[in-house]
Write a protein that binds this ligand. Structure first.
Ligand SMILES: [Zn+2]
Length: 276
């Protein structure tokens, strides 16, 4: 009995440690999240994925370069707007930011947790102007800042182990569970690190994005106009980018609710974002 009691005590101790290890706070929104993977672990996966993706894209000849006659100016614009968003986030040196413009008709954009973004040329007519583009890039940077990939991987791993949640949470420290973390990381690699984000993640990226674009000097209300254009353009099915996103009406309502907060940064760009 005494041994059982002791082992229960040990388990409770582990649990407390696990929760302390696994709980993180999303910068800017302050939401609590469970993270079982470090930035480095997730970035390593993302580096591999990005290298593979870029090799394939180059082979297909769809990567826009500065020597490209028709899209070189678009490339400059995408880079300039991206730089302003990243500077506004104050995280220029924290990730290895890079934006690739891809010659592709779909209205799409994506990001890897190492800061590598992909923008498809098909998105540009819908973004229409710098502010529209800033809304898209702000959203993508929002996913990185909020560590949504690491959180998705963590959630996937916890779902796999079910009742062993508490044990799984100490995985990073306990060699017995290293295989499990490895499996979850393998799963992440399989799905290109970009396990689909949940609606909650999409909303959070919208929230962070609208603050970033405002702080970068872009009129935050343009984010709402962007979603209106997305909806018009997409018809009932919506462009690919929208498929996993919250419904457009909800999205616009939320953005409208965040506008007063965003305006504070637009009007006083020296105001620091609560990045912890
Ligand atoms: Zn998103």
């Amino acid at each position: 009995m005494r041994a059982a009691g002791r082992s229960r005590g040990t388990l409770i101790g582990l649990l407390v440690a696990a929760v302390a290890v696994a709980c993180a706070t999303v910068p800017i929104t302050g939401r609590s999240q469970v993270l079982l993977f470090s930035d480095q672990q997730v970035a390593r996966l993302a580096d591999q994925q990005h290298a593979k993706f870029m090799a394939a894209a180059r082979e297909k000849g769809v990567v826009v370069t500065s020597a490209d006659a028709s899209d070189a100016r678009n490339l400059d614009t995408v880079h300039a707007v991206g730089r302003r968003i990243i500077d506004a986030a104050g995280l220029a040196s924290r990730y290895r930011w890079e934006i690739t413009l891809l010659r592709d008709r779909t209205a799409n954009a994506s990001v890897l947790p190492n800061g590598k973004m992909i923008v498809h040329t098909g998105l540009l007519p819908i973004a229409r102007n710098d502010a529209g583009l800033a809304a898209v890039l702000g959203h993508e940077v929002g996913h990185v800042i909020a560590r949504h990939s690491a959180e998705r991987l963590s959630q996937t791993m916890l779902a796999q182990v079910g009742v062993q949640v508490a044990n799984a949470a100490v995985a990073l420290y306990d060699p017995r569970y290293q295989a499990l973390t490895g499996a979850a990381l393998g799963l992440g690699a399989q799905y290109g690190v970009l396990l689909p984000y949940s609606r909650a993640h999409e909303s959070e990226a919208d929230h962070i994005g609208v603050l970033l674009m405002a702080k970068a000097g872009y009129e935050p209300a343009e984010s709402i106009a962007l979603w209106e254009r997305m909806e018009e353009r997409g018809g009932s099915r919506g462009p690919e980018w929208m498929s996993s996103h919250p419904n457009p009406g909800t999205r616009r309502e939320q953005l409208r609710a965040w506008l007063p907060e965003a305006r504070r940064y637009y009007e006083n760009r020296a105001l620091p974002l609560p990045i912890r």
